[in-house]
Design a binder for this molecule. Structure first.
Ligand code: F6P
Length: 320
């Protein structure tokens, strides 16, 4: 097996478990005899040469830490081939012949564009959004989901006491997984996401039904980027008579110590990424299907369509 110089970076919105993934990649790489390089601040740091060689001590005591020790950034300009050329020059300068990127869909698009320029990139899905089609779960989704569930449980206490309706907006970019899974886990009275959308009038009917029957309060979980929350709150208050409060959970959802599930997923995927490189594979995206780790060609992975969570949506509907 040829010894490689492997660079690692995290990019896009950070997610809990990224550190566990960095640790696994660095430790596995070193144990197979490769040289490991940390690249700071995502593609921005790649382009400006924020790169250093690291040893196994570099990743000590980080498996339980949220965020990313490599820091992260968004670099829309990376779409420009001239900017990417700068990154390629830096990789050549440090003799890096393989790059492992941890991030979401934007990070994957950057990796594909680098692959087009002859750079061997391996992608690990690190995002709270769970919006990468080639994997059942992304690193950070489980921790984030638990943060949301925790917050909604607390909000339900006060919503119940004051007999109100709480509208809680959760992240997910354009994917509704966080909303749907949290809706089921919290027994929300209404869950609205792109995959589980319903007309305003149906929302009102359902809430009126809640009010008229067993419940004197209601928890409504909505995906971000779907509604003007204040307008929605005014409309629900006017139409149902519920006193309505809104909560945007925001970036608190991205922080915190990763769950055991995310640490294990990240560690397995990180080690698997290095195994792919050992086997001479190039430009792959790592995922998990059931219990099985899988890898796909990066072009194939990016062309995949996300599965709709009809199973979860059907259960939510049956239990309404
Ligand atoms: O992709 C992760 C994510 O948290 C999305 O859920 C959200 O829409 C976005 O990032 C917010 O990004 P930023 O913190 O850069 O505003």
């Amino acid at each position: 097996m040829k010894s490689l110089n492997i660079g690692v970076l995290t990019s896009g919105g950070d997610s809990p478990g990224m550190n566990a993934a960095i640790r696994a990649i660095v430790r596995a790489g070193i144990s197979y005899g490769h040289q490991m390089y940390a690249i700071y601040n995502g593609y921005r740091g790649l382009v400006s040469g924020q790169i250093e060689k690291v040893d196994r001590g570099f990743v000590s005591q980080i498996i339980n830490k949220g965020g990313t020790i490599l820091r992260s950034a968004r670099l829309p300009e990376f779409i420009d081939v001239n900017i990417r050329e700068e990154g390629v020059k830096q990789l050549k300068k440090f003799g890096i012949n393989a790059l492992v990127v941890i991030g979401g869909d934007g990070t994957y698009r950057g990796a594909k564009d680098l692959s087009d320029m002859g750079i061997n990139c391996i992608g690990l899905p690190g995002t709270i959004d769970n919006d990468i089609a080639c994997t059942d779960y992304t690193i950070g989704f489980d921790t984030c989901l638990n943060t949301i569930v925790n917050a909604v449980d607390k909000l339900r206490d006060t919503t119940f006491s004051h007999q109100r309706c709480s509208i809680i907006e959760v992240m997910g970019n354009r994917a509704g997984d966080l909303a749907i899974y949290a809706g089921l886990a919290c027994g929300a009275e209404l869950t609205i996401s792109g995959d589980n959308f319903m007309p305003l009038q149906e929302m009102i009917e359902r809430l009126k039904f809640q009010k008229a029957t067993s419940k004197n309060h209601a928890m409504v979980i909505v995906s971000e980027k779907l509604f003007d929350l204040q307008e929605l709150a005014r409309f629900i208050q006017q139409q149902t008579g519920f006193e309505v409060r809104t909560e945007v959970l925001g970036r608190i959802q991205r922080g915190g110590s990763p769950s055991a599930f995310d640490r294990i997923l990240a560690s397995r995927m990180g080690e698997y990424a290095v195994q792919c490189l050992n086997e001479g594979k190039t430009s792959r995206c790592i995922g998990v299907r059931g219990q099985q780790l899988v890898d796909f060609d990066i072009y194939e992975a990016l062309a995949m369509q996300r599965a709709k969570h009809t199973g979860i949506v059907n259960v939510i509907d049956r239990l309404k």
